[in-house]
Write a protein that binds this ligand. Sequence first.
Ligand SMILES: [Zn+2]
Length: 253
Amino acid sequence: MLEKLLAYLSGTHQQIAPVDARLWRQTLETTPLLAALGANEQTDLKTLTEQFLAEKRFFGGDDLEPNLEMAIRIAALACLPVLHLGYHWLSELHDLVIYPDAFLVHREERDEFGVVHEHYEPLSGEAWEHGTLVLSWPDVLEAGARCDGRNVVIHEIAHILDDRNGAFNGFPPLHKGMDPVQWTADFSDAFDSLNQQLTQGHRPLIDPYGATSPAEFFAVTSEYHFERPDLLQEAFPRVAMQLERFYGSWERV
Ligand SMILES: [Zn+2]
């Protein structure tokens, strides 16, 4: 099954060590999303990344051997959503499992006649309860590289943040001063609107996968918040405003 391959990253509460300078530079150079952060944010992100590398455990699936380059890239992308929220928002995330390609997940569904149908679904990422995140490496490489609104790491981290109130429902704990009623109204209206666009055969501005459920809508719009805020603003301005307040804003160069 899963093999633990990064012994030096395998325990919790390890000593925090400086991230390898060459690999950090390489991570920024190959990830325009991170390279676009201001100098102060990059310094803060590096600090969070070092903490993440010291505390979280990395495993490989399907004979993949995670290396330090992979761990740094994933850690940096995973810490971006909590740059302003604070590192403690990731406290429930413990393990990361990296697959060499899209991984197959066994699904069972019961139809209206009570017959159970089994199938395997290829996934690029999945957040499990109890703090495990599963990622396909090729999708991680694309995350933050093209800035097209698709970012599997931010997507799965959004699920982790969402789950902090005990359920994957698109409703993370809100900050003081944020109105939960307004949040729910803004997200519900946008979610309904996306579903309506799809029903009417229109091509939406954002990934239609967001129409699957309120949890997926929060995760997908979070991807756009970081990668294509312009598109999110155009598609759902009230959601864009809520996410700006939730994630905080920072300087970009
Ligand atoms: Zn999802």
